[in-house]
Design a protein around this ligand. Structure first.
Ligand SMILES: O=C(O)CCC(=O)C(=O)O
Ligand SMILES: [Fe+2]
Length: 324
């Protein structure tokens, strides 16, 4: 059953009489949208308000003038072609796991560092809870997905947060806030501006707005979950359209496999599908590669704004680890 509107999941309804209905929305979201929006996710409004305040303040004090210089240079350079290697965004990246870089980011005060550390801890818990909900949906043992993500030598996932601002842009038809891409990693949790929209996902050839909702967390599926689920879940193209009015802030946290974790379709899913499929269906089914996560990332940094399928193909042809 296809959802008619953007999938919203009220996590408080997962247990109780509305549980089956809510889980059906989650399944449809993972299989057909690659995105969903969470309400009552357990992260307090107070903490989210604090995160918003400290980051808006940080942008205003330390980053806005630098962006304005970039903007003036870009706009004055004359003809900006839409294909240009440019995004209308100001970003910085916080790494939490395997080792935090919070203390090394310049211009963050102690309050900001403490707020982001607390927020990251809450997001990590939420990401791991979601992975278990997905295990339940996939009829995989509880902990399976987390264990794959933590399957590298240090037993940890890679977890980080990208703080972005998309300032108003006089020429949104020429420059995207962020060009279309799928996310490389596992599961992505996004705290997006509730006033300035701009995030869109591609569904059936059409760009659909991800609706801003105060205190919600937007979740999307990355390429690794598509591989592990053998294509049952989909990582979906999305982009940020720059707005002529208003500054959009977004805080995206990426819960990804450890860099030397080995990623491949879950054998249990492959076997189950093979047992249920006819020979013709089996022949038609696309296959997914097996690889070390860092090798995928090395390719992704060069091909982020391209379709994912050639990346999967390239990983297959460079497959060093036998599938069997
Ligand atoms: O800022 C957003 O709303 C989305 C950001 C995004 O898609 C990304 O950083 O991968
Ligand atoms: Fe993204």
């Amino acid at each position: 059953m296809a959802s008619l509107s953007f999938p919203v999941i009220n996590m408080e309804l997962l247990e109780g009489s509305k549980g089956p209905e809510t889980k059906a929305v989650l399944r449809d979201a993972c299989e057909n949208w690659g995105f969903f929006e969470l309400l009552n996710h357990g992260i307090s409004e107070e903490l989210m308000n604090q995160v918003e305040t400290v980051n808006k303040e940080h942008y205003r004090r330390f980053r806005e003038h630098r962006f304005k210089e970039f903007a003036a240079k870009t706009l004055n350079s004359g003809d900006i072609s839409p294909a240009e290697n440019l995004d209308w965004e100001s970003t910085f990246y916080l790494r939490h796991l395997p080792a935090s870089n919070l203390s090394q980011i310049p211009d963050l005060d102690d309050h900001c560092r403490a707020t982001m550390k607390k927020f990251a801890g809450e997001l990590q818990k939420l990401a791991e809870k979601l992975l278990d909900l997905l295990c339940e949906d996939l009829a995989l043992p509880r902990g399976y997905l987390k264990n794959v993500f933590c399957g590298g030598s240090d037993g940890l996932p890679t977890f980080g947060t990208k703080v972005s601002n998309y300032p108003p842009c006089p020429k949104p038809e020429l420059i995207k806030g962020l060009r279309a891409h799928t996310d490389a990693g596992g599961i992505i949790l996004l705290f997006q501006d509730d006033k300035v929209s701009g995030l869109q996902l591609l569904k059936n050839g059409e760009w659909i707005d991800v609706p801003p909702m105060r205190h919600s967390i937007v979740v999307n599926i990355g390429d690794q979950l598509e591989v592990i689920t053998n294509g049952r879940y989909k990582s979906v193209m999305h982009r940020v359209v720059a707005q002529t009015d208003g500054n959009r802030m977004s805080i995206a946290s990426f819960y990804n496999p450890g860099s030397d974790a080995v990623i491949c379709p879950a054998p249990e899913l492959v076997e189950r599908e093979a047992a249920a499929a006819t020979a013709a269906e089996e022949n038609k089914k696309e296959s997914y590669p097996k690889f070390v996560f860092q090798d995928y990332m090395n390719l992704y940094v060069r091909q982020k704004f391209e379709a994912k399928e050639p990346r999967f193909e390239a990983m297959k042809s460079s497959q060093l680890i036998p599938t069997a």
